[in-house]
Every structure is written in structure tokens, then in C-alpha cells.
Design a protein around this ligand. Structure first.
Ligand code: NAP
Length: 313
């Protein structure tokens, strides 16, 4: 068996075309979806990620603005900027590029973002919503994986899913999202003993560990769907995932390449979340007459029903 390669660029093109349609109809109604990106410090990788996000926004007709701060800036200054953006009706999505410098309380900063504008999906409300299945904005990387599985009509219900990697931004939300779709999910991490005894059981194997060649063909069941989230730069400059692509490809039914797999989907789902944030806010403006920002600490019960509705697929 030779696996079908899931082309992340092709799926991303389709999702972006849908986003453009929604964005065009919002613009016709006088609303241009807008993203605000906050970056602190001079991390070169962060600058590249931010530039990619801005480019993706402009390709779909979204407006975007970068707010750059010196590495030494006080957390309170950044939080004040977030509060200002929360109240700005021309801004529909706010993201803080991670990592932040060490002196920042990351949770506090992310918690300052209105859940209506939390397009990265890292606010405690959205993270908690993953458990209950009513998250407003799913985090972009696992959301992108979910879209790729949907695109290929890969059944999730009743499947054995193994997620390798348990980070807050990829592994854990991925596991919760697939559990919501009635998969039987196992999460592995660096302390998992004998990783292969788990991976071999997977009908769908999602790998997000950041370890090149962690998954070899002996660890994969014949016919498994293998999603490689990892991005690793080898000493010779090559970019590879966590999966031995050539070996595993001979055994899997589907596989994602690196580059050109999950990567293009991550930034695309940010665009998707931003367009849907604008749509939700435009709808609410019509219904409620004003935009109410939801502050950190506000209980879910106190929120209007509209806040609790999931983003339409
Ligand atoms: P992270 O925060 O470093 O988490 C890595 C996770 O993998 C941790 O849970 C860790 O376990 C686990 N792990 C590490 N070594 C392992 C091993 N030998 N066996 C089993 N599990 C192991 O990384 P991340 O932010 O989730 O990112 C993971 C990878 O995905 C990285 O390569 C990153 O560049 C890539 N990524 C790609 C995209 C994309 O758009 N394609 C987006 C985000 C991230 P412990 O919890 O026990 O330490």
C-alpha cells in the first residue's frame, strides 16, 4: 500500500476561497474583517510567522495591523493595548504571537483578549469549551488537521486515534476535538513508555512532538491515516516532520507531507476564525445593537446565548 498524500495547500485553497466569499459579503455590508497581531521582541521565527499571517489575511481581503513592542515592555502595557483593541469595532480578531519574553504572565495576557476576538483560541474560555464541545474558536493547528480529515472524508467516529504530543496548543486540543467526534483517543508524550505499543493501534495517528523521525514504519498499522504536525529544521537545512515520510508512506493509507501538509492549514484556519469572528460580531451588532466585550473572569452563565453558539461549519 502506498499512501495518498494529503495536500495541505489544496485544502487551504478551498478553505480560503470560502473565507473570501464570507469576507466579500461582509464587505458588501460595510464590514471589513480585521485582525490585530501583537508581537513582543525580536525573535526572528516569530517575525516570519507574523509576516505569513499578514500575507494570508491580505490574500483573502482581510485588513490586518501589527502592534510591535520592545522585548522589555511591561505586561500591563500590552494588556492595555489589548483592552483598546477589544473595544475597537474595526478589529474582529486579536492574536498575541507566542512565545512572549520570560517576564510575561502569558495566561494573563491571553486572558485579556475578548473571547469574541480570540481567533487563536487560547483564552481559557475557548480552551475550556473544547471539553464541553462549545468552543467559539478552536485553536488553528488542530482545527486545520480536522479540516484536512474532513476534506478527505476520513471517518473519525469509532476510530482509534493516537495523538503523540500533549502540548496546550496542539496535542491536547487535538485529542479533545477528535474525542468530541466520538473517536477513541489516546495521548502520548515524552514520558510514555514504549510509544510503539500505542501508535501501532492507531487508525488515525497525529504526531506533534517536534522530534524528527520519531515515527518509523514499524510503529504504524497498515492502512493508518498519518498526520504529521511536526516541523524540524535539520542541520543540513532541510525541513522535516516527526514521521519517517518515505518509510511510513509505504504502509499508511493517507499521509501529510512536511512541508506542504499541516503548515499551510494553520495560517488558513486563523483567517477562517477571523472571518467568522467578524461574521459573529456583525450578526450580533444587528441583534443586540452594540458589541459587548466579555472580560476575563466573567462566568459563562452570564453570557448572552449568542456567545455560547459554536462557529458555523
Ligand atoms: P511542544 O510544546 O514542545 O510539545 C511537544 C510535545 O511532544 C510534548 O507534549 C512532549 O511531551 C511530546 N514529546 C516530545 N518528545 C517526545 C517523544 N520522544 N515521544 C513522545 N512525545 C514526545 O511542541 P508543540 O508546540 O506542540 O509543537 C510540536 C511540533 O509541531 C513542533 O515540531 C512544532 O514546530 C510543530 N508545530 C507545527 C505547526 C504547524 O502549523 N504545522 C503548528 C504548531 C506546532 P512532554 O509533554 O512529556 O514534554
Amino acid at each position: 500500500m502506498v499512501a495518498k498524500i494529503i495536500d495541505g495547500h489544496a485544502v487551504a485553497r478551498q478553505v480560503r476561497a470560502q473565507c473570501r466569499d464570507i469576507s466579500d459579503s461582509l464587505k458588501a455590508g460595510g464590514v471589513t474583517p480585521g485582525l490585530a497581531v501583537i508581537i513582543v521582541g525580536n525573535d526572528p521565527a516569530s517575525k516570519v510567522y507574523v509576516a505569513n499571517k499578514i500575507k494570508a489575511c491580505s490574500e483573502v481581503g482581510l485588513s490586518s495591523t501589527v502592534y510591535a513592542f520592545e522585548a522589555g515592555v511591561e505586561g500591563a502595557v500590552v494588556e492595555a493595548e489589548i483592552e483598546r483593541l477589544n473595544a475597537d469595532p474595526t478589529v474582529h480578531g486579536i492574536l498575541v504571537q507566542l512565545p512572549l519574553p520570560k517576564h510575561f504572565d502569558v495566561r494573563r495576557v491571553l486572558g485579556a483578549i475578548s473571547i469574541d476576538k480570540d481567533v487563536d483560541g487560547f483564552h481559557l474560555y475557548n480552551v475550556g469549551g473544547l471539553v464541553l464541545g462549545d468552543t467559539v474558536f478552536p485553536p488553528c493547528t488542530p482545527f486545520g488537521v480536522q479540516k484536512m480529515l474532513e476534506f478527505e472524508n476520513i471517518r473519525i467516529e469509532g476510530q482509534n486515534v493516537v495523538v503523540v504530543g500533549a502540548s496546550n496548543i496542539v496535542g491536547k486540543p487535538m485529542a479533545l476535538m477528535l474525542m468530541q467526534q466520538d473517536a477513541t483517543v489516546c495521548i502520548c508524550h515524552a514520558k510514555t513508555r514504549d510509544l510503539a505499543q500505542f501508535t501501532i493501534l492507531a487508525d488515525i495517528l497525529v504526531v506533534a512532538a517536534g522530534r524528527p523521525n520519531l515515527i518509523t514504519k514499524e510503529m504504524v498499522r497498515t492502512g493508518a491515516v498519518v498526520i504529521d504536525v511536526g516541523i524540524n529544521r535539520l542541520p543540513d537545512g532541510r525541513l522535516v516532520g516527526d514521521v519517517d515520510f518515505e518509510g511510513v508512506r509505504q504502509k499508511a493509507s493517507y499521509i501529510t507531507p512536511v512541508p506542504g501538509g499541516v503548515g499551510p492549514m494553520t495560517v488558513t484556519m486563523l483567517v477562517y476564525n477571523t472571518v467568522h469572528a467578524a461574521k459573529r460580531q456583525a450578526d450580533k451588532l444587528g441583534k443586540l445593537g452594540k458589541l459587548a466585550g466579555v472580560k476575563t473572569g466573567e462566568s459563562v452563565e452570564s453570557l448572552p446565548k449568542a456567545y455560547q453558539a459554536p462557529v458555523p461549519a
